[in-house]
Design a protein around this ligand. Structure first.
Ligand SMILES: [Cu+2]
Length: 291
């Protein structure tokens, strides 16, 4: 009799524990809530961080930027009569708008860089619609970082994020409307952004769980700061074709030092790497991401 009761209580206790576990592991319904702090170890700088730096070259003759026909919206032509395509911004053989980021690797003390967690920055990044094109054309954001979208034009834009791992999102923003805010809960390189009013408008946002990314400037240079010493795969992404092209490179960042990673692109495809078919959910762990 006593044994029987104990058994019943035992079964009940196990059942209740399982129920409690199930409740805890339910996906969060509060979209946009910070997810960067779940799982993994919080990254703590040790004061010996270094950097990855380099320049992105464009070999050969880049295709000349094409003039964009803005006649569909006279306000665009009036404000920006010489609007041109921005897929290859080349100055003296250097390529701008290349998104360079740490995709993978291990710190000097043997920890996977992808297993650290980082809080989303409290500062927002801004994507401006100005002269009927996006400024900047390529930008990076951290998971759950606020992206502020401003309209500096005397016309209506309808910004449209078209991600693969994050929800589709679009908003109309008339002239003079307050900034829109948006954020992406999952890592994705890169999220294409378009405008439903002006089909030529394009921007790309690289979204990562860590802050180790940069975009090449007009002189092709970039610097990724605050990188813990270690050996990493650094990837340079440049738009073109359906999903852009990627070039990986292995670098070792010394303590308090700098690793150099120069890249070179040519034409529509990368000269060293191969065109990438994956719009990679970099550093994205679907199972963890659901929590
Ligand atoms: Cu627009």
């Amino acid at each position: 009799m006593f044994m029987k009761q104990t058994k019943v209580w035992l079964i009940l206790t196990i059942a209740l524990s399982l129920l409690a576990l199930a409740a805890c592991s339910k996906p969060e319904s509060g979209a946009g809530e910070p997810t960067a702090t779940t799982g993994g170890t919080a990254f703590t700088p040790k004061g010996n961080e270094g950097s990855v730096t380099g320049a992105v070259a464009y070999t050969g003759t880049p295709p000349a930027p094409k003039k964009i026909d803005t006649s569909a919206d006279p306000a665009c032509g009036a404000k920006n009569p010489n609007l041109t395509t921005e897929d290859n911004v080349v100055t003296n053989g250097k390529l701008a708008n290349v998104f360079v980021y740490i995709k993978d690797g291990t710190t000097a003390d043997g920890k996977k860089i992808t297993e650290f967690t980082f809080p989303a920055p409290t500062t927002s990044i801004t994507l401006d619609q100005n002269g009927c094109h996006y400024r900047p054309h390529v930008l990076g954001a951290m998971v759950n970082q606020d992206i502020q979208i401003t309209n500096s034009d005397p016309t209506t834009h309808n910004i449209h994020f078209t991600p693969k791992s994050n929800p589709d999102w679009n908003q109309s923003q008339p002239n003079g409307a307050p900034p829109l805010m948006h954020k992406l809960a999952r890592a994705e390189v890169l999220v294409p952004v378009k405008c439903n009013q002006h089909p030529w408008m394009k921007a790309y946002i690289g979204v990562l769980k860590h802050p180790f990314f940069a975009v090449s400037a007009e002189d092709g240079t970039y610097t990724i700061k605050g990188v813990p010493p270690g050996t990493y795969t650094v990837v340079a992404w440049h738009e073109g074709g359906a999903t852009g092209s990627e070039q990986p490179m292995t670098v070792t960042v010394p303590a308090n030092g700098s690793a150099k990673a120069d890249f070179s692109f040519a034409g529509a495809t990368a000269s060293a790497g191969t065109p990438s078919l994956e719009m990679m959910p970099a550093l994205e762990f679907p199972m963890l991401g659901r929590h």
